[in-house]
Design a protein around this ligand. Structure first.
Ligand SMILES: [Zn+2]
Length: 463
């Protein structure tokens, strides 16, 4: 990005700043100049110095512990100065820094992809800066607003502020990829492993017991399926002030498809008993969507036929999407929000922001009309990718929750319904319920995906 921000990009930032400071746009119009000259006039006395240079990847000392992505002045000790005559000068291009990270510039301009076609966390600038664990954009916004507040106090006025989610919210969701451990296809696969036709993924003795359990289940000696945990998830949330959003994956012929259809009678009966507004169902987009956009349209049609309404939000199976192309697709299909924006291999704040945001189409230079709820953590990351143990898992969630609380944001946790396997992960059920409880004790309010989208609409109305 070897140019300064244009007016549309500044507007994009103001839209997001307005969720904390509702009158920020009026204030910018009246008081702010974005310029490469340190000049001001009588009325416009807030100067944001601009940079037309690319992002700075050479190590520089941070200011207030924040990386200086677009340095302008030689003064690397402070972000801004309020002069004796009441002029506020930002010494480095902090607006461009915030825009660059928030709008996903590096991701949108990268061709890096992992084996599933996803942008890998190792290619992200925030990962390279060791800033995935904290919401950098919220910290940039804090500096901007602090400077403006000092300026307004000098001029004997003040800035109206609010916490977007007061005190903060916790969004718990579940991707329902599978509903029956003892499904004939799952059992067939296990028997193939036991007989050596497929690679056996666990010790053969264990596999023998699993196959025995399959047989018992089919002969009705054992009727409770370990993957049908949705009632447990709802019950645990109720006991801890949380809500549940379930993303259902429709049956498809591809290898990554589910083993049930939206119209499945068990799913229909269960979903009808969910109590609004404590739980809801929406769509889990098929694996193929990234290459075959029509498959999402088909999924929406199936959802409408089975549930009698248009879906509101979506999460992509395997978190497999492309920024911003997939979001343009969501916008065109009338979806209100996406909940896929997280790295499968690493927990954190993918675009340095702990609040829902609107994606940006850099090519068309426009905001995409969709809310993206960043995904901070999912159990698979800790159990399968990082394999880092309960303590790291718990510390990592605690840190992110504390950071989210600081800014009145939304902490998003994904936990698959099929991940309560005590044999592979002893203590996992207890760990889950304690995690939910501790987030609630910190003051989080449970919220549904659809409620987040509506709340963001209301915060944005009038902008
Ligand atoms: Zn999935």
């Amino acid at each position: 990005m070897n140019r300064e921000l244009n007016n549309d990009e500044i507007d994009y930032l103001l839209l997001h700043l307005s969720h904390q400071a509702p009158n920020i746009k009026i204030l910018f119009n009246q008081h702010v100049i974005y310029t490469n000259h340190s000049t001001c006039n009588d009325t416009k006395k807030i100067i944001f110095t601009c940079s037309s240079y690319p992002v700075n990847t050479v190590h520089l000392e941070p200011i207030d512990q924040l990386p200086v992505l677009f340095p302008v002045s030689n003064d690397l000790t402070r972000w801004y100065t309020l002069t004796n005559n009441g002029t506020l000068i930002f010494h480095h291009d902090i607006l461009k820094s915030a825009f660059y990270i928030l709008s996903g510039w590096d991701e949108a301009h990268s061709t890096d992809a992992d084996e599933h076609g996803r942008f890998p966390h190792t290619s992200s600038l925030l990962y390279q800066l060791d800033w995935l664990g904290k919401p950098l954009v919220n910290y940039y916004f804090e500096i901007i607003l602090n400077g403006i507040k000092e300026y307004l106090v000098f001029h004997k006025t003040h800035l109206d502020e609010r916490k977007p989610f007061n005190p903060f919210a916790c969004f718990i969701s579940h991707d329902v990829d599978r509903i029956w451990y003892h499904h004939p296809r799952e059992a067939y696969w296990r028997f193939k492993q036991l007989l050596g036709i497929d690679v056996c993924l666990i010790p053969r003795k264990k596999m023998f017991n699993e196959c025995l359990n399959d047989l018992k289940y089919f002969w009705r000696y054992k009727s409770k399926d370990p993957w049908w945990t949705m009632d447990y998830l709802v019950k645990t949330s109720r006991a801890n002030g949380m809500k549940n959003t379930f993303y259902l994956l429709d049956q498809s012929q591809d290898k990554q498809g589910s083993r049930y259809a939206f119209s499945n009678p068990h799913i229909q009966k269960w979903s009808k008993n969910l109590t609004s507004p404590l739980a809801e169902v929406d769509i889990h987009a098929p694996y193929a969507t990234i290459d075959k956009p029509d498959s999402l349209k088909e999924t929406i049609d199936h959802f409408k036929a089975a549930f009698g309404r248009h879906p509101i939000g979506v999460r992509h199976h395997f978190l497999r999407f492309r920024y911003p192309d997939t979001y343009l697709l969501h916008e065109s299909l009338g979806l209100k929000y996406d909940a896929s924006f997280g790295f499968a291999g690493k927990p954190g704040f993918r675009n340095g922001y702990c609040l829902p945001f609107m994606p940006y189409d850099h090519k068309a230079n426009k905001i995409i009309n969709l809310w993206v709820i960043p995904l901070n953590a999912m159990e698979v990351t800790f159990l399968n990718y990082e394999k880092s143990g309960w303590k790291y898992f718990s510390d990592s969630i605690n840190t992110m929750v504390d950071e989210t609380m600081k800014f009145g944001g939304v902490f998003s946790l994904l936990w698959h319904n099929c991940r309560f396997d005590e044999k592979s992960f002893p203590g996992i059920t207890d760990f889950y319920s304690k995690t939910i409880k501790s987030i609630h004790q910190k003051g989080a309010k449970g919220i549904l995906g659809s409620e987040i989208a509506s709340h963001m609409d209301s915060l944005t109305s009038g902008f």
